[in-house]
Design a protein around this ligand. Structure first.
Ligand SMILES: NC(=O)c1ccc[n+]([C@@H]2O[C@H](COP(=O)([O-])OP(=O)(O)OC[C@H]3O[C@@H](n4cnc5c(N)ncnc54)[C@H](O)[C@@H]3O)[C@@H](O)[C@H]2O)c1
Length: 434
C-alpha cells in the first residue's frame, strides 16, 4: 500500500518506518525542512531505541522517503496518516490547528478517493469536524478513520510492531477492510484490531491516558500519606495490588508524570467534560495532585538544608522518563527551576537528553559527562529520572565524590535500608520509614 504520514515526530516517524518495514511504500512529510534533510540522510531527529536501524534499513530498501512536498504526497498516497502535534491550548483543550491545516492541504489537493487517518490524539468529535471540512473543500470521495496511537516513548518501535490492540474508528466497509489489511502484520500474535465508531475510538485514547495518569496520582497521594503516618508505600502496594481486581502495573510513586501526552490529554479530557456539562472531577484531581507532586521532592530538599543559596546539587536525569530524549513537561524542569531560583548551583547528567536540556538552561546548569562526573564537589544527589544506569551505582564512589552524603531519590530506585546503612541521608517518596 502507498502511505503518506504527515508529521515525522515521535509518532509519525515510528509509524512510518514500521509501516515501511512491513512492506508498504511510505512517504514521510513534515514542514520542518531541517528534519526532512536529516531523515533523507538517515539521521533520526529523536532518540528512540531501535529507530535508527529501522530508518536506515527501510531507506536502503527504498520503502520510505521523506519530503516537504505535501501536494506530491497527497497525490501519490491512497492512505494519508495525520500524525502532527495536538498541544495544549490556553484553556486546556487540544489545539487542533496543525491537524486541520494538514486536512485542508489534503482536501485541496486530492483528485481521487483518499483515506485520511487521524493518528494524532484528538478530542471526541474531531472526525466529524474533519469530515465537514473535507466535504466543504472537495467533491472527491474520502474516508475519515480515527486510529489513535498507544505507543510509549522508549519502547515505541516494539509497541508499534506488537501493539496490545489497534483501535479503528470508521464507518465504511472499505475503511474497515483497508485498515484490517494494513495492520494484519502487526497483530499476528492474535492481539485484537478493535473496530468501533469514530467517537468511541477518539475517546478510548483519552480514557487510557487519563486512567494511567490517575493510577500515578493515586499512588503518589498514597505515598504522601505513607510518609505522614509512618508506613512503607511498597508494602502497602504489595498489599492492595494482590487483589485480583487491581492490576499492579504502572503504580510507581515518583516526582509526577510528564511528557507530551499525559499532562495535555488529562487537561483536554477535563475540558471536553466542561464543554459537555460533565464535571470530570476525578480527572481534574489527577491533574491537581500531579502538579503538587512535582514539588514534593523540592520540599524535602528545602527542609534538609538550612540554606540552599550557594550549595551545589547533582541532578541525575532530565528526560520525563527513561529511554527517551523527550523533555516536554518533564518534572526535572520544575525541580531545576525551583532550585535555580533558590540560588543552588546544579551539575546535571542525562544519558541522552542533555542537548534538549541545554536548549532550556544553556549555561545556567553545569553539564556533566557522566553520572559520576555530575557528583564532583556536590552537596547532594537528586535522582529525577529512573534510567537503568542509575539503579545500581557504586556507592563507594558516590560517597567519595559527594561533599555531603545526601540522596534525594525522586523515583524510589534505591533500597532505603541499604542506603541508610551506608551512612547516607536518604529521602524518597512514601518510604521515609522503610
Ligand atoms: N509522543 C508520544 O508518545 C505519543 C503517543 C501517542 C500519541 N501521541 C499523539 O500523536 C501526536 C503527535 O505527537 P508527537 O509526539 O509525534 O509530536 P511531535 O511534536 O514529535 O511531532 C509532530 C511533527 O509534526 C510536524 N508538523 C507540524 N505541522 C505540520 C504540517 N502542517 N505538515 C506536516 N508536518 C507537520 C512537526 O514539524 C513535527 O515534526 C499528538 O497528537 C500526540 O498527542 C503521541
Amino acid at each position: 500500500m502507498k502511505i503518506a504520514v504527515f508529521g515525522t515526530g515521535y509518532v509519525g516517524l515510528v509509524a512510518g518506518v514500521c509501516f515501511a518495514d512491513a512492506g508498504n511504500q511510505v512517504i514521510g512529510v513534515d514542514i520542518n525542512e531541517e528534519k526532512i534533510r536529516g531523515l533523507q540522510d538517515g539521521r533520526s531527529p529523536i532518540f528512540e531505541p531501535g529507530l535508527d536501524e529501522l530508518l536506515k534499513s527501510t531507506l536502503k530498501a527504498n520503502r520510505i522517503e521523506f519530503t516537504i512536498d505535501q501536494r506530491r504526497a497527497v497525490k501519490e498516497a491512497g492512505i494519508i496518516f495525520v500524525a502532527v502535534g495536538t498541544p495544549e491550548s490556553e484553556d486546556g483543550s487540544a489545539d487542533l490547528s496543525h491537524v486541520l491545516k494538514v486536512v485542508q492541504e489534503i482536501a485541496e489537493n486530492m483528485t481521487e478517493h483518499k483515506m485520511i487517518v487521524l493518528k494524532s490524539t484528538v478530542p471526541v468529535g474531531t472526525a466529524e469536524k474533519v469530515t465537514s471540512l473535507v466535504a466543504s473543500l472537495t467533491k472527491q470521495p474520502f474516508d475519515i478513520v480515527s486510529n489513535p496511537e498507544f505507543l510509549k516513548e522508549g519502547t515505541s518501535i516494539d509497541d508499534f510492531l506488537k501493539p496490545d490492540r489497534v483501535i479503528i474508528g470508521c464507518t465504511s466497509e472499505l475503511a474497515r477492510n483497508t485498515m484490517k489489511k494494513l495492520y494484519a502484520p502487526f497483530v499476528k500474535n492474535g492481539n485484537p484490531v478493535l473496530f468501533m465508531k469514530n467517537k468511541a475510538a477518539e475517546l478510548s485514547k483519552y480514557a487510557a491516558n487519563a486512567f494511567l495518569a490517575t493510577k500515578i496520582s493515586f499512588i503518589n497521594e498514597l505515598a504522601l500519606l505513607c510518609d505522614a503516618v509512618g508506613a512503607d508505600v511498597e508494602e502497602v502496594k504489595r498489599g492492595f495490588t494482590s487483589d485480583s481486581r487491581i492490576n499492579s502495573s504502572f503504580f510507581y510513586p515518583g516526582v509526577g508524570y510528564g511528557g507530551s501526552c499525559f499532562p495535555k490529554d488529562v487537561k483536554a479530557l477535563a475540558q471536553t467534560g466542561a464543554e459537555n456539562g460533565v464535571g470530570m472531577e476525578v480527572i481534574r484531581a489527577t491533574d491537581k495532585v500531579n502538579d503538587r507532586q512535582k514539588c514534593e521532592l523540592i520540599k524535602k530538599i528545602k527542609k534538609h538544608y538550612s540554606n540552599l543559596n550557594g550549595i551545589t546539587l547533582s541532578i541525575w536525569g532530565m528526560s520525563f522518563k527513561p529511554r527517551t530524549d523527550d523533555v516536554r513537561e518533564a518534572p526535572s524542569f520544575v525541580i531545576i527551576d525551583a532550585l535555580l531560583k533558590e540560588g543552588v548551583k546544579l551539575r546535571a547528567y542525562d544519558p541522552v537528553a542533555i542537548p534538549n536540556g541545554k536548549k532550556r538552561y544553556k549555561n545556567q546548569v553545569q553539564w556533566a559527562t557522566s553520572s559520576y562526573d555530575a557528583l564532583k564537589d556536590s552537596d547532594g544527589l537528586v535522582v529525577v529520572t529512573e534510567w537503568n544506569e542509575f539503579r545500581s551505582p557504586d556507592f563507594d564512589q558516590i560517597s567519595a565524590l559527594l561533599k555531603q552524603k545526601v540522596i534525594f531519590d525522586g523515583r524510589n530506585i534505591f533500597d532505603p535500608a541499604q542506603i541508610r546503612s551506608l551512612g547516607f541521608n536518604y529521602y524518597c517518596l512514601g518510604r521515609e520509614h522503610a
